[in-house]
Design a protein. Structure first.
Length: 352
């Protein structure tokens, strides 16, 4: 991909340079020729003067700038520019003195070869064209660099996002495999359901989660599969409810955004010492915004020094993913009160 983009940029730069010098050639030829009706004469003029200016500009912009100016050798750069401009002026002066003047203006042969006013005029005219070419070239380089930087930033964010996705569920898969192993030894009737649920879960992780966005219905079905696996593990000690209050078709979100909150609810909301643990999930879409409330019981045994547990890697992970996917257009709130832990999440629609 890098090679193709590099060659594409080189091709674009060459095309731009060719177009610039072609337009300059037509200007030097046709502008004076159309006023004097001497197309042959000014064609010769353009065929000499344009290449001299073009070669001078190409050397200065593509050789001296790269080798000297950008490497900090600025005195050498300006010295080389001065020598190159002087050589170009001599070339133009030779054309004037030995072709143009004898053929069209013999009276000007009384001027000395190094006629300063004419050389100053030529220097100004040539410098303006070189400056214009340099300006166009470096503006193009700047915008290409900006595009490349944006592309690299997006690729880096994409790589970071993929890495964060991979970090979401390894411990859950490990725990589920342990449960399956334990159930299989006991010949528990729920073993096939565990295997099927884990298979569905992994299918989503391996394929659907690689997409940039998924339908909200698909993500919620994934969450349901996850919760069914956890319910089998926790048996009768947990009451779970998911309430969808509005139509959600046509709404898209980043894959695996919701799961870390549900994992956190199971981790800190299911007590081993009580049968009344619960998790409530409320989902609605209002004015193009997903509003989700995830609330779970938070028994005293899950507190540390009387406080709710820290968010941990899982929630830090999802907060970073939300920043990458949504930037400032999302809202998230976490709070603990009255024996319950509450997550409020608002997300815009990622539909194209």
């Amino acid at each position: 991909m890098l090679d193709r983009s590099g060659s594409g940029y080189a091709g674009s730069a060459i095309a731009s340079a060719v177009l610039f010098w072609l337009l300059y050639f037509l200007y030097e030829w046709l502008a004076p020729a159309s006023m004097s009706d001497e197309y042959g004469r000014y064609l010769v003029w353009a065929c000499v003067m344009v290449p001299i200016t073009m070669v001078t500009a190409l050397i200065i912009v593509h050789v001296y700038v790269k080798r000297f100016y950008l490497t900090g050798r600025k005195r050498l750069f300006w010295a080389c520019v001065g020598v190159t401009l002087l050589i170009a002026l001599l070339g133009r002066r030779v054309f004037y003195y030995y072709y143009t003047y004898p053929k069209y203006y013999p009276e000007l042969l009384v001027q000395p070869f190094f006629y300063l006013p004419k050389m100053v005029m030529d220097l100004v005219n040539m410098s303006l064209i070189i400056a214009l070419y340099s300006l166009i070239h470096f503006f193009k380089v700047y915008f290409e660099q900006q595009k490349l930087t944006e592309t690299l930033q997006k690729e880096n964010l994409r790589s970071e996002l993929e890495l964060l996705k991979m970090q979401v569920h390894p411990h859950f898969i490990f725990n589920t495999l342990n449960n399956i192993y334990s159930f299989a030894i006991q010949q528990h009737p729920e073993t096939p359901n565990l295997i099927h649920g884990l298979s569905t879960f992994l299918d989503y992780n391996l394929y659907t989660a690689k997409q940039d966005r998924v339908a909200l219905e698909t993500e919620l079905e994934y969450i349901r599969n996850y919760m069914e696996l956890e319910k089998i593990r926790t048996a009768h000690r947990l009451d779970i409810a998911m309430n969808i209050h509005t139509p959600i078709n046509g709404f898209y979100i980043g894959p695996m955004i919701i799961l870390p909150f549900i994992e956190n609810a199971f981790k800190h909301g299911v007590s081993q010492d009580t049968d009344d643990s619960w998790i409530r999930i409320d989902v609605s879409v209002e004015k193009g915004q997903l509003k989700m409330k995830i609330e779970n019981s938070c028994p005293d045994s899950s507190l540390v020094n009387g406080r709710a547990p820290r968010s941990g890697i899982g929630l830090q992970n999802v907060k970073r993913r939300l920043e990458i996917l949504y930037g400032p257009s999302h809202r998230i709130g976490l709070s603990k009160s009255g024996g319950a832990f509450l997550v409020l999440l608002e997300l815009p629609n990622l539909a194209a």
